[in-house]
Design a protein around this ligand. Structure first.
Ligand code: DX5
Ligand code: ZN
Length: 230
């Protein structure tokens, strides 16, 4: 398991690449995680959906537990569920390194962030396209990750909504001005043609599902998404 120091966690320069297994072949998650490791991506993004908060259903903590011994990558769990407080302990025990939930699915978001950190994990808050940064401003001092959705959550393979990128410089400016430490993670529609504008907007973490798992050369794609390759 990766024990990132707070400094390492928040001062990485090139964007972290976090392929989402939602884009993988669900009959072979072990192969998907092996592909992520082999391609040099740092995080495994695990999209948890309950069919309530989003109109899709994926998997629970057991998948994380079964994959944990397969990879030392950061397991980045994205809870797209109602009442996320009911699931954080299960995913923490299963071996998640970071657990992110949606502010739209919780009343007591501050309490949930602190509960995730008390379990020894990095805590993230996520906003859907219709939620402005102002809605989570009071939570920014406590968050390790802010996940900006650039598609409506629930499915991979959608077009990135460019207007959502306007939230990133707002978050970066607030972080700078008030000395916060959160990473800005961006999720949805990130591929070879949209990655540059996501990086230029100031994202620290690029999540990519369909583009990664459809790529013939995954290592080259990771280099391209980081802005290293041509
Ligand atoms: C969508 C998920 C995303 C999705 C990204 O609800 O949160 O992580 O898997 O997939 P792409 O990169 O195909 O948009
Ligand atoms: Zn996601």
């Amino acid at each position: 398991m990766v024990n990132l120091s707070d400094k390492e966690f928040s001062t990485m320069k090139k964007p972290i690449i976090a392929p989402s297994v939602l884009g993988a072949d669900f009959s072979n998650f072990a192969a998907a995680v092996a592909d992520i490791d082999a391609a040099g991506a740092e995080w495994v993004h695990l999209d948890v959906m309950d069919g309530q908060f989003v109109p899709n259903l994926t998997f629970g903590p057991k998948l994380v537990a079964d994959l944990r011994s397969q990879s030392a990558a950061v397991f980045d769990v994205h809870l797209m569920v109602e009442r996320p407080e009911n699931l954080i302990e299960g995913f923490a025990k299963a071996g998640a390194d970071a657990i992110t939930f949606h502010v739209e699915a919780a009343v007591h978001s501050h309490r949930i962030l602190r509960a995730i950190q008390t379990l020894g994990k990095k805590a993230g808050i996520s906003i859907v396209p219709s939620t402005p940064v102002s809605y989570i401003e009071a939570l920014l001092p406590f968050a390790d990750i802010v996940l900006v959705m650039t598609v409506d959550p629930g499915f991979g393979g959608q077009e990135l909504i460019p207007e959502c990128l306007e939230k990133i410089p707002i978050l970066a400016a607030l972080r700078e001005k008030r000395g916060f430490h959160f990473l800005i993670s961006v999720d949805g529609g990130i591929n070879e043609s949209t990655a540059a504008m996501v990086r230029d907007a100031g994202a620290d973490v690029l999540i990519t599902g369909s583009c990664f798992f459809n790529a013939p050369d995954k290592a080259r794609l990771v280099g391209h998404l980081k802005g290293c390759a041509d």
